[in-house]
Design a protein. Structure first.
Lengths: 158, 158
DNA sequence: TATTGTTATACTCTATAACTATA
DNA sequence: TATAGTTATAGAGTATAACAATA
């Protein structure tokens, strides 16, 4: 679709593909270090920030709500997450990270050293330039949306 | 690990996370458009470039060889891929894309319009700057490795 | 009636281990 | 004996459809 795509753009897309592959591997490795799957790690990080109804987790993960049941079950079985009723609406269940869950999420973030390894190759000035380019690329929403995002999160907010 | 990570780096990592999420969604959507899973699409693109022993596919996908059996089975069942014996070593089976498989891979590449949507926001000059930054970030190997890569490929070549 | 979360089901991807046929 | 590919098995993620409780 659209114009034939010039060599420069093709190369940039390829490079982005490489970044994606590397980021993804890093993320999975970091999750595995804590005996978590990628999906579990994403949910745990989400809940470490704030409690969330099951439905909202699904929206953030871009998957069906029925899947979240199992993921939260497994996190709950390990004491990383708990389910609490929502006082305002008794249909809703809030998933909340336990103290252990928050601690695990924090360690998880620490071991996701994408910041060091590949990014360390760039000077502060270069990182600033990269930031500006990525901001422009992702559009105005980017400044808030992805401040600490995980792969495949890509929320539509709700 | 390593230094406390300054706010700038944190933001850049977050932005990269957003790019990763978006790229991944795009890729899955494009694959689904052709009734393929992400893994199937990755293998098909790989084989559209050149035939490959099962073992090598696994290395590119960074998964166990036993998984490739099923993925290639499903692609073969749809006539997108074939298995051929390797004349040089009768233990080896080469997976090769059929004409239909190559055509599908080509259409797949066309519908992966990451190049248009987010990247179109950047001018040619900006794309060049982005290319240079990503090259430096990924290191010297990047120029060859990811020219048309898929998420999670991230090959170690072999 | 509509919505939230769950259950039931089926498929794909994943790793591990055991097997076969070559080498 | 070592290697390539497969099979068997089990766990996890995914979507769909049907269901209970609540709104």
């Amino acid at each position: 679709m659209t114009p034939p795509t010039d060599p420069l753009t093709t190369e940039v897309v390829g490079l982005i593909g490489s970044v994606v592959a590397r980021y993804h591997e890093e993320y999975e490795r970091a999750a595995a270090e804590h005996a978590l799957t990628g999906a579990q790690a994403r949910v745990l990080r989400l809940l470490a920030e704030e409690p969330s109804p099951m439905r909202r987790i699904a929206a953030r993960l871009r998957c069906e709500p029925s899947n979240v049941t199992g993921i939260v079950d497994r996190l709950a079985a390990r004491g990383l997450v708990e389910r609490r009723p929502d006082p305002a609406d008794r249909r809703v269940k809030l998933a909340v990270a336990t103290a252990l869950g928050k601690e695990t999420a924090s360690r998880l973030r620490g071991s996701l050293d994408f910041a060091d390894e590949p990014l360390a190759a760039l000077s502060a000035g270069e990182r600033t330039a990269l930031r500006d380019l990525l901001r422009r690329m992702l559009g105005p929403a980017a400044e808030t949306s992805g401040a600490d995002s995980a792969p495949r999160s890509g929320e539509t907010a709700d």
